[in-house]
Design a protein around this ligand. Structure first.
Ligand code: GDP
Ligand code: MN
Length: 364
């Protein structure tokens, strides 16, 4: 394996260095799954894989959330699958269900419109509750009060390489607030007015929480590509629909609990877009992170092998794939990172990875 080192190159060299990372105390992190009772076999599949590839060395707690009570069968099987403590909580209706001020007739009309347009989950009411919950309420659940970081896990995903590090420790030690593995473009038809709403918010914000004069702003818009002198509030900026795929995410709960995030969420929510359209938690988290965080507070975990149908990502370097014992039996055309709808190359250009790319490939 030593000979293969030659092909190993990573912009995360620092966090792969065991000496640099040291032996920090266990971080206050939790593995978090929102899930339905009938998804039990899929939940177990995800747990098995994350336990084998990561958590069996760490025993982080698992927290399960549901809008209806978990049944005994679910609790028994997931408890036995976990290497850490398991906890279960019922989401209060006020954090899950459609608020009263949503116009019922208009909502029903919009569901029909979106069904006709064949929009994915376009006519689903529960999916909308889920997206709004994941955007604005998951981090306020009492059961999470004692934790600082969460690692979102979904049913029916696979982590198919050994983790070469504890991502919670990296979040804590490197002061990261948001971590992702896959970034792709969102379906425009699910978010027709999201960007206009965000622009209105930026305008109202008047520079209090948000600075758009950053490289990160160029990750979600095209303004770095044109780089003309511009005013901070420029209504011609367009969202390029790039977002972090939130079915995998590792985050600092205190970022989401912050006034800045909650203000941003409340404004979006007040327009009804989670119901009249079908705004996903992925574009919402992603736009918030790029507007409210500094670029080196966001980390791309390149070294994690992850599959959530229909896409997977795998460590770029063959050396890491071997060393981390990856088992990749997915179709090559499901590999997302260099496909046309991936935003990862854009991240390398505009995110913190640009320093590494410049040095490695001598880019201008
Ligand atoms: P997709 O990944 O966008 O296709 O959507 P999923 O069906 O995977 O849903 C996203 C996450 O929300 C998963 O963790 C689901 O288990 C969970 N989820 C979706 N709808 C509901 C629901 O009505 N109730 C509960 N408790 N969880 C849900
Ligand atoms: Mn899913």
């Amino acid at each position: 394996l030593a000979g293969l080192k030659i092909s190993a190159s990573s912009y995360n060299d620092k966090i792969l260095d065991e000496e640099y990372m040291g032996n920090a105390a266990k971080v206050n992190g939790v593995l978090l799954m929102l899930v339905r009772n009938w998804e039990l076999p899929y939940a177990l599949r995800s747990m098995r894989s994350l336990e084998d590839r990561f958590n069996h060395d760490y025993h982080y707690d698992w927290v399960f959330l549901n809008d209806v009570p978990f049944d005994d069968e679910f609790i028994e099987a997931t408890t036995l699958m976990a290497s850490g403590t398991t906890k279960y909580a019922l989401i209060p209706s006020s954090d899950w269900d459609k608020p009263d001020w949503i116009d019922e007739a208009y909502f029903e009309q919009r569901l029909k419109d979106m069904e006709k347009q064949n929009i994915i989950y376009g006519s689903s009411k529960s999916y909308r509750n889920m997206c709004r919950f994941n955007s604005g309420f998951f981090f306020r659940q009492e059961i999470l009060d004692q934790y600082d970081y969460y690692f979102r896990v979904e049913p029916d995903v696979e982590y198919f390489c050994d983790f070469p590090y504890d991502p919670f420790q990296i979040m804590y030690q490197e002061k990261k607030k948001y971590g992702f593995v896959i970034s792709i473009v969102e379906y425009q038809s699910t978010i027709p007015t999201l960007w206009k709403t965000v622009r209105d918010y930026i305008e109202m914000d008047q520079g209090r929480d948000i600075d758009t004069n950053t490289d990160l702003y160029g990750f979600i818009t095209d303004w770095n590509d044109i780089r003309t002198p511009r005013s901070r509030v420029d209504s011609t900026d367009k969202y390029n629909n790039c977002h972090f795929w939130t079915n995998f995410e590792i985050g600092d709960l205190n970022f989401f609990r912050s006034e800045e995030y909650i203000r941003f969420f409340d404004y979006l929510d007040s327009t009804g877009g989670f119901y009249y359209e079908r705004w996903g938690d992925a574009p919402v988290h992603s736009i918030a992170a790029t507007l409210l965080l500094k670029e080196d507070e966001i980390i791309h975990f390149d070294e994690i092998g992850y599959m959530h149908a229909p896409y997977f990502t795998i460590p770029q370097a063959n050396y890491f794939q071997l060393k981390q014992r990856c088992i990749n039996n997915y179709q090559e055309d499901s590999r997302i990172d260099f496909s046309g709808i991936s935003c990862l190359t854009r991240w390398w250009k505009h995110g913190p990875g640009k320093k590494f790319m410049k040095e490695t490939y001598h880019l201008a």
